[in-house]
Ligand binder design. Structure first.
Ligand code: ADP
Ligand code: ADP
Length: 224
């Protein structure tokens, strides 16, 4: 089921037009949002994640209207913001357990199974007892993905996740996202062309709040 974004616009109170009539149809799999800093990517992603409102336009996923049914939408969404803090003195395992409990997984056994499966999926099971403050940048990002995957989202939104990762970590992260993209809509924002070429079936180029291109990386070779 596609995520349909129609004529979305947002102007901030300082007059910046962050989104100007953005329309995108996002199918299952990896979808890239490529654009320079200030293009409007985070604004678009925060709007999809129900964290802020647009001035006009709509976002729908099947019967769900994201801008009107935020509670329902949050149940099917996972969001990894561009910068997220971790509690340095808490282990990955404890933190995931805590979040899973907050999300309503009250059965201890089920919760343990969910947390173990997620730690294995992001390849942090061996490091699960380590405090998050000792994690490298790449490990932290993979932990963030595990956190965003609690509750089995159908739509995963990741904002500039590969910035600052070394090539080995970036590859590990690509593999993880590709696997998730087999069963989920994954929207990835990035200013790194390589991210889009390696990962995305389709992508859009966004500049000054406007969609300049939508298509496959293959067709975009001339544009890039
Ligand atoms: P809105 O128009 O959605 O009400 P505001 O202008 O009130 O947004 O700003 C919301 C928050 O974003 C404030 O905390 C503000 O400090 C921060 N902010 C303001 N300008 C910028 C900017 N250019 N880029 C990123 N964040 C900003
Ligand atoms: P990107 O994620 O592509 O870097 P953003 O969505 O963060 O782009 O920003 C788009 C434009 O909106 C920029 O000009 C930015 O400075 C401005 N902006 C972002 N957040 C706010 C805010 N809260 N208040 C005012 N301006 C903002």
């Amino acid at each position: 089921m596609e995520l349909l974004i129609e004529t979305l616009s947002k102007q901030y109170s300082n007059g910046v037009q962050a989104l100007n009539n953005v329309s995108l149809h996002i199918p299952q799999g990896m979808f890239g949002l490529l654009g320079p800093n200030g293009a409007g990517k985070s604004t678009l992603m925060r709007t999809i994640a129900t964290l802020q409102k647009a001035d006009s336009g709509s976002i729908t996923w099947g019967e769900l209207n994201i801008l009107e049914q935020q509670e329902e939408m949050r149940k099917v969404l996972g969001y990894l913001p561009q910068e997220f803090g971790v509690y340095p003195r808490v282990s990955a395992e404890m933190m995931l357990d805590h979040i899973a409990r907050l999300k309503g997984l009250s059965n201890r056994k089920e919760r343990n199974e969910t947390v173990s499966a997620l730690l294995q999926k992001v390849n942090l099971y061996k490091e699960r007892k380590r405090n998050l403050g000792t994690y490298s940048g790449g490990m932290k990002q993979r932990f963030g993905i595990a956190q965003a995957l609690i509750g089995n989202p159908k739509i995963l939104i990741v904002d500039e996740p590969t910035a600052g990762l070394d090539p080995a970590e970036r590859n590990r992260f690509y593999n993880l996202l590709s696997e998730i993209g087999e069963s989920t809509i994954v929207i990835l924002s990035t200013h790194i062309v390589e991210d889009v070429k390696t990962l995305c079936k389709q992508f859009a180029i966004i500049c000054s709040g406007e969609v300049m291109y939508v298509g496959t990386p293959h067709d975009a070779v001339k544009t890039l």
